[in-house]
Design a binder for this molecule. Structure first.
Ligand SMILES: *Cc1c(COP(=O)(O)O)cnc(C)c1O
Length: 403
């Protein structure tokens, strides 16, 4: 136990706002917060059914699917990963997980822990999924044992977005019947994603990133082919089971009490996205990401910090991973930025742990927030004695001014 005095700084009042630039959870709009400020309803209230229906329809619209079934869970992204594995594969069956870094590996470990056989394609640090490797792995599967491909669209650790169209093309070229499953937790409502057009059979998402909602809701969108595979899958399951959740009554749909408060938040967040227009949302994310990445390019001139993603076209519009030279203490940098300059950004995960930090720029963000964040990072680097090209913020300003 730490003493009270060690925690004293946690009690200090912070004037103004602290900028949250983690790639999830993200800043929540005031409209979403106030939509959640209400009493619950009883399970049979028709308003509850209407609320769930609006959320499902809104998610279909964001996912760009006409017909997929939506299953919402009181869970985080890891929960809906597991829901997908449990519904699509029986223990012992095989899934191909193309390497993207930390998130593909975590999904693979989870699938193995629940008894599935995982085939991985190797990943190269700083690079997106190699679609050729996916095609080769599928061609090598002569007995057609691979039931599904689990592809992470944006790997939130590496800040790299893979080309889902290229993966769809690889599956088609190999003539393989495997289901195409896409994790869009970090990319949905930030980067364009069209489930039906891509021939994605299952899309996996969560509330707390591009969807500008609090953590706690996960969801899957399941097309008819994936639904048929799930219906025949003998894997024992209960809470996650899609068949069991096919119902109008929300108590059954959620396998128990629904997370009403979070659903009210999601309803409000979806309405904000549609009011802005999805194309405008995507354009805003692309612009803000360009501004962040222009600043980091400038910082990197002094050789201490640099962009992790080596492929400019694959740099995520949601999050930028910034690698640091040996000897730089990322946690100390983060602490100075958060406690002195009120800018909270993320540390690294998995393979990049201790040698990178991440700036989230997805969800309810605007130019002023991005400039504040970048300036706060610069201030913290100055305090920490980290050399960086001093025109980073200016480059970002120019980028934003050019539009
Ligand atoms: C955040 C994230 C997850 C996991 O979500 P949790 O809600 O933290 O469990 C899965 N995949 C991707 C790509 C993510 O960014």
């Amino acid at each position: 136990m730490k003493s009270d005095s060690q925690h004293a700084f946690l009690q200090t009042r912070i004037p103004g706002d602290r900028l949250l630039h983690s790639p999830g959870p993200t800043h929540i709009p005031a409209e979403v917060l106030s939509a959640m400020h209400r009493q619950p309803m009883d399970h049979g209230d028709p308003r509850l059914e209407a609320l769930v229906a609006v959320c499902e329809a809104g998610l279909r619209r964001v996912l760009q699917t006409e017909t997929a079934d939506i299953y919402l869970y009181a869970s985080n992204g890891h929960g809906v990963w597991e829901a997908t594995t449990e519904n699509l594969l029986a223990p012992g069956q095989a899934v191909l997980i193309p390497g993207t870094g930390h998130f593909s590996e975590q999904w693979a470990l989870q699938a193995e822990a629940t008894g599935r056989r995982v085939i991985r394609t190797s990943f190269r640090e700083g690079y997106p999924i190699d679609a050729n490797a996916v095609e080769q792995a599928l061609r090598a599967d002569r007995k057609r044992e691979i039931v599904a491909i689990f592809a992470v669209h944006t790997d939130t650790a590496s800040g790299t977005t893979s080309d889902l169209q290229a993966i769809r093309a690889a599956i088609n070229a190999a003539g393989h019947p495997a289901l195409f499953v896409a994790d869009v937790v970090a990319s949905l409502a930030a980067a364009p994603f069209a489930m039906d057009a891509l021939g994605v059979n299952v899309a996996v998402g969560a509330s707390q990133k591009g969807l500008m909602s609090p953590p706690g809701l996960g969801f899957v969108a399941v097309d008819a082919r994936a639904g048929a595979v799930a219906a025949k899958n003998p894997a024992p399951r209960y809470y996650w089971d899609w068949e069991r959740r096919k119902a109008d009554y929300t108590y059954k749909k959620f396998c128990g009490t629904s997370p009403q408060t979070l659903l009210y938040g999601l309803e409000a967040a979806l309405a904000l996205l549609f009011r802005e227009g999805l194309d405008a949302v995507f354009a805003r994310h692309a612009l803000l990401a360009r501004a962040v990445q222009a600043a980091v390019e400038c910082w990197s001139r002094e050789g201490a910090v640099f962009l992790h993603c080596r492929v400019p076209a694959a740099r995520s519009v949601s999050v930028t991973t910034i690698e640091v030279r040996d000897g730089i203490d990322v946690e100390a940098l983060r602490t100075v930025a958060r406690e002195r300059f009120q800018v909270a950004f993320a540390g690294a995960l998995g393979p990049q742990l201790g040698r990178a930090f991440r700036i989230g720029h997805l969800g309810d963000v605007n130019a002023a927030m991005i400039l504040g964040c970048l300036a706060g990072v610069e201030a913290a680097m100055l305090v920490q004695g980290i050399p960086f090209g001093r025109d980073g913020v200016r480059k970002a300003v120019e980028c934003l001014a050019a539009g």
